[in-house]
Structures are given as structure tokens and as C-alpha cells.
Design a protein around this ligand. Structure first.
Ligand code: MF3
Ligand code: CO
Ligand code: CO
Length: 287
């Protein structure tokens, strides 16, 4: 239903807001137009890191649960319900639900949707690229992760894009050594993506995450020397590159959220929350 005859996605029907039991603590921004200013920087003490570890693990498990339910015929709204219920079962709050007014418990971004797709009655089809981005808030902190799959059998170019986007993320993570500037991450990602002539999305970035969902620290996925924050042990942030088969330019739907490639080319994304240790990066969003 919600696609044109050419297969281009169009907005579907969004279901009513899913409730969250009162015993699950909400982030401060829920019910407000925007979050409070982040305080305290991007380095965390051991106790807070332990909490971010727990939130990240729940998010990673949620991603696994949702992606394993993704089959041709299911709607993105049903995947939202599955993710929502999983997070609640862990006593976690779905960080996206009510974040700057976002209405759902995860982002579901198909094919030409780069990121921030809103779950709706769109039916997933064989060969679609599906990106699920899910975040958990528990004990005062967030963990944030996403992953992309090709549903059922897909084109070789879709499969390659997904595999290489994951590899690009891992290369970005491995570059995140203490003492380097955060721009090393984007340089590693872009130099790999360029081999395949992929577009590297610039205007949506990785970010500091922890006691805030987005701390204000920006992690570029392209070569951008101006982002020169030095990576230090104790820092927690995401690496979440979006690669495309065409342009890095994008359009925004009238819903104010859904970001698509301007040329409607396919796109994929992977995201981990990482902790910087003395020895290097550690992935926290592992199930
Ligand atoms: N999880 C997304 C990220 O990686 C943010 C989603 S914000 C939302 O930064 F409002 F779109 F849900
Ligand atoms: Co993120
Ligand atoms: Co995310």
C-alpha cells in the first residue's frame, strides 16, 4: 500500500501511541518539545559506565529480537510493537518514544530511507533493505544501536551495500583510539566507502550518548578535520555511518522525520555505542 507504482516509499498510517507502565522511568525530555542541555561532558565514571553497559546490552538484544521478526508481509508498526514490548520487558524505556516528539519506540528505515523512518502500516517486502534503530533508557542512561538487513532474497548490490556499511562502521570504530581526534573515524569510514563509489551521508552523525540521548558531541562519518575533539578513555559515543548507492544529499518528508536519499538510491546504516578504554574502543551494544 504505502509505495508508489515505481516502488518509492510514501508515508503510511501511524498507529496510536503505545503506553509505557508507570513503574518504568522516563527520560526528562518526554512530553517536552526538546531535551535539556547535556551537562557533565562525554567521559563517565565506572558506575555510570556500568549503567550504560546495561542499557546498551538491552538495546542490542532488542535489535536482535526485532530483526529476527522482520519477514516479508510484516509491517514496520508490528516491528515497533515487538521492540516496544521487549524494552518494557527489560524495564527499559524506548528512548525514541517522545524524543523531540518522535511518536514510536524505534526507527524503521526501508530502502531509500536513510534514517528516522517512523513505523507505520508499510508492509515489508522481499528484497527490502531494513534498518532498525533502537535505543534503551534504564537507570538514567541510554544505549543506542542500529543494524540493517536485506529481507529474504535481495539484489547483489543491496547485499554488498549492507555488508560494506557494517564493515565501514567497524573500521570507524577501530580507528577510535585514545589520543586521536574524532575526525579519524570519518576519515576511516569515507576512505573505505570511496572504494565502492558509495555516498557517505554527512548531515546525520554519530554522537555522545550516556546520561543524554545526544550529548552534543558530534562524530562525523566523512573526512571532516574541523571535528577535532580528542578521544579520551572513559568517553562514550556512537559510530553510525549511513552509506548510499548514489548521492549523500537528502530530502525530508513532511512528517519532519523521515530522511530519504534525494535520488531515492538505496541506503544502509549500522550503529554501535562504544566506550573508549586505555587500550582502544570497546563495543557496548553487543547482545
Ligand atoms: N537512535 C537515533 C540515533 O542514532 C536517534 C533517533 S531520534 C528519533 O541517533 F527521534 F528519530 F527517534
Ligand atoms: Co545514535
Ligand atoms: Co540510533
Amino acid at each position: 500500500m504505502p509505495r508508489t507504482e515505481q516502488g518509492v516509499l510514501i508515508p503510511g498510517q501511524i498507529s496510536p501511541q503505545r503506553p509505557v507502565p508507570l513503574h518504568i522511568k522516563r527520560p526528562e525530555y518526554v512530553g517536552k518539545p526538546s531535551p535539556a542541555q547535556h551537562v557533565g561532558g562525554d567521559r563517565y565514571d565506572d558506575e555510570t559506565i556500568a549503567a550504560i553497559r546495561k542499557a546498551s546490552k538491552i538495546a542490542a538484544q532488542g535489535l536482535e529480537v526485532v530483526l529476527s521478526a522482520a519477514k516479508p508481509g510484516i509491517t514496520t508498526d508490528e516491528l515497533d510493537r515487538i521492540g516496544h514490548e521487549f524494552l518494557l520487558s527489560q524495564n527499559a524505556y524506548p528512548s525514541t518514544l517522545g524524543y523531540r516528539g518522535f511518536p514510536k519506540s524505534l526507527c524503521s528505515s526501508l530502502n531509500e530511507v536513510i534514517c528516522h523512518g517512523i513505523p507505520d502500516d508499510t508492509i515489508i517486502r522481499e528484497g527490502d533493505i531494513l534498518n532498525i534503530d533502537i535505543s534503551a533508557f534504564i537507570d538514567g542512561v541510554h544505549g543506542d544501536t542500529n543494524g540493517s538487513i536485506v529481507v529474504g532474497d535481495g539484489s547483489q548490490e543491496a547485499l554488498d551495500l549492507v555488508t560494506r556499511t557494517k564493515e565501514a562502521m567497524l573500521r570507524g570504530i577501530r580507528a577510535a583510539l585514545p589520543g586521536r581526534e574524532v575526525n579519524i573515524i570519518g576519515r576511516a569510514i569515507e576512505s573505505y566507502a570511496k572504494r565502492f563509489d558509495y555516498g557517505v551521508v554527512r548531515d546525520f552523525t554519530g554522537h555522545g550518548v550516556g546520561t543524554s540521548f545526544h550529548s552534543g558531541l558530534i562524530i562525523p562519518h566523512y573526512d571532516a578535520p574541523e571535528y577535532n575533539t580528542v578521544i579520551e578513555p572513559g568517553m562514550v559515543f556512537t559510530v553510525e555511518p549511513m552509506l548510499t548507492l548514489g548521492t549523500h544529499d537528502w530530502d525530508l518528508w513532511e512528517d519532519g522525520w523521515t530522511v530519504t536519499t534525494k535520488d531515492k538510491s538505496l541506503t544502509a546504516q549500522f550503529e554501535h555505542t562504544i566506550l573508549i578504554t586505555e587500550d582502544g574502543p570497546e563495543i557496548l551494544t553487543e547482545a
